[in-house]
Design a protein around this ligand. Structure first.
Ligand SMILES: *Cc1c(COP(=O)(O)O)cnc(C)c1O
Length: 538
């Protein structure tokens, strides 16, 4: 068994947990020891392990049809799922894949193919954010910007452009998250102004760059990016593989940008030259290479969280962090937290609009103000889509894009396929997940729960080693100021011994628990993290 994103030799010192069972947010190993799954098994689990309602849906489907190919055949679960996802997003055409990376591939191919069909085949380039993550197959890796995953395979990859990340930790002292986001959008505009004619799409993780270490940013960035993509005729691909299905406090993260846009709280686009501060350079603003195997627990080493050169090899990028970067707050000076407060406030209060899942506020034909389609031309969904049960991904897109493929000529169609596309068992799990969202009013319930959890984590946020404590929806994260190389593995092991399954990304510790986690369980998690933080050997 060759484990994913793992230097196998290191498993000799730290063997993998042998999990026999799951129960709600708990993982139970073969010895009967219990671990709180604080990161939802790589961000996929929503409603706990062995959820009776999802189990029942899959069991029911097993007695009907387990799988049928989706070319030339169809089935009820995939049709119902497509209709419900269309209703939730405003994007009415669903193409299915099997995992997140394949969804990225589908969106990239579809976008470039659209421009080809539209008579502009030269529009085939892609833009993504610095420190972004979109999966690790060759096409998806081309738009990913995590050196540890990418550098080795560079000769295999297509050249793409990374624009500055609006990661609010990089805001200058006194600069709000919103102002910094808009300053980054200027850099996006500068690039588009020159290269739009050869650019197919801008792909982005809305609001939270997960693999970068839960980097959070203001929705104004997405709102502005939408305007720029319209102006320069470039597609916007929202990669909601990690943040979709309620993680950021709304069903989809793009909804917050749509609501922000509707609130009309931002100014007209200013020409680049008129902006007060200059736009970050395309190569600047890096907080990448915090080391680590996928989503935490470095197998190798990572640079120290201050602007010193890396003390160890293993990281490709050792350039000092720019002024105002989180790294520069690692010396004990308190970092400006206003950005985070702002981000959190937006998700929990001002934009606490009615959820389309509850059907509040509009009728059948209305266009809800928080439609994903107001922001994105494509949305990529996976991870939480089946509640963490079965591999499934979907790319949803607009009527306009769909129409460009609809033709007598076969080759103008989207000739892409995966064997397990739209698997009925996976679709039933996804439908059960949507039922739970609707029936239990999960988005609203999570808002209350998140306030409570943030309170519970107050002592963690105030810990002397903690910097940039941040929160959005059902994600909490912070950076550890004095984390030495190997921090992630040591923290992971120490937390495991305390019954918590946590995998820091470099010097960022985060929790992203299943929504069924209770306040008592969160308290236990907070206590475990405090014990780990108190131990300066970690
Ligand atoms: C996890 C993830 C992917 C890749 O999904 P896989 O199922 O692991 O291939 C792509 N984009 C984002 C934002 C992710 O978090």
């Amino acid at each position: 068994m060759w484990h994913p994103c793992t230097q196998m030799k290191q498993l000799e010192a730290t063997p993998p947990l042998a999990i026999a069972r799951g129960e709600g947010p708990w993982l139970i190993d073969t010895e009967g020891r219990r671990y709180l799954d604080a990161i939802s098994s790589w961000w996929v689990n929503l409603f706990g392990h062995c959820n009776p309602r999802i189990n029942a849906a899959i069991t029911d489907q097993l007695g009907k049809i387990e799988h049928v190919m989706l070319a030339g055949a169809t089935h009820e679960p995939v049709v119902e799922l497509s209709e419900r996802l269309a209703k939730l997003t405003g994007l009415g055409h669903a193409f299915y894949g099997s995992d997140g990376a394949s969804a990225t591939e589908i969106a990239l191919k579809m976008s470039a193919h659209y421009w080809r069909n539209a008579g502009q085949p030269e529009k085939n380039g892609f833009i993504s954010l610095k420190n972004g993550y979109h999966g690790e197959t060759v096409g998806a890796l081309s738009v990913t910007d995590i050196p540890l995953f990418k550098t080795t395979y560079e000769p295999l990859l297509r050249h793409t452009v990374q624009v500055p990340t609006p990661d609010a930790r990089l805001a200058e002292a006194g600069e709000t998250a919103e102002a910094y986001a808009l300053r980054c959008a200027v850099a996006l505009e500068v690039h588009l102004a020159e290269h739009a004619s050869t650019t197919a799409a801008f792909i982005v993780e809305p609001l939270v760059q997960g693999a970068a270490g839960m980097a959070m940013y203001h929705p104004a960035y997405l709102t502005r990016a939408r305007e720029l993509c319209d102006r320069y005729r470039v597609h916007l691909i929202a990669d909601e593989i990690a943040v979709g299905f309620g993680r950021t406090g709304t069903m989809f993260a793009c909804e917050q940008a749509a609501l922000f846009q509707q609130a009309g709280t931002h100014a007209e686009i200013a020409p680049p030259s008129r902006s007060r501060r200059s736009a970050p350079a395309e190569s600047g603003g890096s907080v990448s290479c915090r080391g680590g195997s996928k989503f935490g627990c470095e197998q190798g080493s990572h640079p120290p969280p201050n602007p010193l050169p890396s003390r160890e090899g293993g990281c490709a990028q050792t350039e000092p962090a720019p002024a105002g970067s989180p790294a520069n707050h690692g010396d004990g000076t308190p970092s400006p937290l206003e950005g985070w407060t702002e981000t959190a406030r937006i998700s929990s209060a001002d934009y606490g609009a009615p959820s389309p899942l509850r059907g509040e506020g509009w009728g059948e034909g209305d266009d809800p103000p928080n439609r994903v389609s107001r922001i994105a031309d494509f949305i990529c969904l996976s991870k939480g889509i089946t509640g963490g049960y079965l591999p499934l991904s979907a790319v949803l897109t607009t009527d306009d894009i769909y129409a460009a493929f609809y033709d007598d000529a076969t080759a103008r169609g989207f000739l892409h396929s995966h064997s397990y596309t739209g698997n009925p068992l996976a679709c039933r799990a996804a439908l059960a997940v949507l039922d739970i969202f609707e029936h239990d009013n999960v988005i609203a319930a999570n808002r209350v729960k998140a306030l409570d959890f943030t309170r519970i984590l107050g002592e963690v946020a105030a810990h002397t080693r903690v910097r940039h404590f941040r929160h959005l929806g059902m994600i909490w994260a912070f950076d550890v100021a004095d984390a030495a190389p190997g921090f992630s593995t040591r923290f992971h092991q120490a937390a495991l011994a305390l019954g918590a399954f946590i995998r820091p990304v470099g010097h960022t510790v985060y929790v992203m628990p299943p929504y069924v986690t209770s306040a008592d369980e969160m308290r236990a998690l907070a206590d475990a993290m405090l014990l780990c933080l108190d131990n300066t050997e970690i």
